[in-house]
Design a protein around this ligand. Structure first.
Ligand code: PLP
Length: 364
């Protein structure tokens, strides 16, 4: 057998007719940027998440840095974020000149809320919470801390579309929820895409201005903006994805339940789920002390896996200037050394899931 970590083609073919109809509709319309597909998608996505406003953007990284720009967080300010995140979360903070302050993760790979307060200084302006791999973070604790210390709260929901904590959907807990529609995300476009959601009318309005060269009215530019727009084809295709979002998340949860049931190798730790948290399994991430050996063993048996992420941001070359060294964040570093994402995608077959589990169970 040959099993890839992800198979985007299967997600396409399942709804092929709907996707092709949507793409052709836009191609034939003669209107390709900032039209009714986008405004309809924004309205429906806001409704899906349960936020008042959604603003479509070019990608998830833009959603992050533009969020901090609008909140006025930049040079001289500190933003708290978990150490074991995708580098884009950190770049979202540093693009505006703010400094990331790393906190170790808990056993669910999300920010360890018991370690946030010790990192707060008089420069701290915000917490960026990342619902990593699709599991909602411990939001009641995060919200309490932000309220108590008067901090802004931004959510990186690039991996958590529709995932909730105690019934409240991620992206609605703080000032701004940031989403990516990169093709492999749980709601994925067929190219780049992103969005923010918010309940604050002014933030939504400023975001619309910022994404379009800082202009509200054509050729009248209020601020130095950027070009970050979700185009009509992507918006139309995302409307199709959105219609099927619940069934697609559910399918991944069912696959995860099968893995949970079938994998029983004491050398492998399965991803736990916190009480009250949803997990939509953007990734199904196992841990193993002999991870690199396990990865090669799986490869030899036709199973591809990925490490999310092999180098934590504090040790990446890009962030050398922050002055961290190996050993500064041992929990984060242990994640980087031990995590492995196994095949998890819409359209994976029962036979494939069983094969992956069987092969994992035979690892000695
Ligand atoms: C994918 C991702 C991003 C960035 O999204 P892009 O659309 O690729 O820019 C940010 N944060 C996290 C956690 C992600 O997984």
């Amino acid at each position: 057998m040959d099993i890839q970590t992800n198979r985007l083609d299967r997600g396409f073919y399942r709804y092929q007719a709907e996707f092709e109809e949507a793409a052709l509709r836009v191609l034939r319309s003669g209107w390709y940027i900032m039209g009714k597909e986008l405004s309809e998608f924004e309205e429906r996505f806001a409704g899906y998440i349960g936020a008042k406003y959604c603003v479509g953007l070019g990608n998830g990284l833009d959603a992050l840095w533009m969020a901090f720009r609008i909140l006025g967080i930049g040079k001289g300010d500190e933003v708290i974020v978990q150490g074991n995140t995708y580098i884009a979360s950190v770049m979202g903070i540093t693009i505006n000149g703010a400094t990331p302050v790393f906190v170790e993760p808990d056993e669910y790979f999300n920010i360890d809320t018991s370690k946030i307060e010790e990192k707060i200084t008089d420069k701290t302006k915000a917490v960026l919470v990342v619902h990593l791999y699709g599991q909602a973070s411990q939001m009641d604790k995060v919200v309490d801390i932000c309220k108590k210390h008067n901090l802004r709260l931004v959510e990186d929901c690039a991996q958590s579309h529709g995932s909730a904590y105690k019934g409240k959907v991620t992206g609605t807990f703080g000032d701004i929820g940031c989403f990516s529609f990169y093709p492999s995300k749980n709601i994925g476009a067929f190219g780049d895409g992103g969005a923010i959601v918010t309940d604050d009318e002014d933030i939504a309005k400023e975001m619309r201005i910022l994404r379009n060269y800082g202009s509200e009215k054509r050729y009248y530019n209020k601020v130095v903006g950027t070009n970050s727009r979700l185009d009509e084809i992507q918006a139309a295709l995302l409307k199709v994805r959105l219609e099927h979002a619940e069934e697609m998340n559910k399918e991944k949860q069912d696959v995860a339940a099968e893995y949970d049931k079938k994998i029983n190798n004491p050398l492998i730790k399965l991803p736990g789920v916190r009480e009250g948290a949803d997990h939509i399994y953007h990734q199904y991430v196992i841990r193993c002390k002999r991870r690199d050996e396990l990865m090669a063993y799986l490869k030899d048996r036709g199973i591809s896996t990925i490490i999310h992420y092999p180098i934590p941001p504090h040790l990446s070359e890009a962030y050398e200037y922050l002055g961290f060294k190996k050993g500064d964040f041992p929990v984060t570093e242990a994640c980087a050394d031990e995590v492995l994402s196994i095949p998890m995608f819409n359209g994976i077959t029962e036979e494939e899931v069983k094969y992956v589990a069987d092969v994992l169970n035979e690892f000695k």
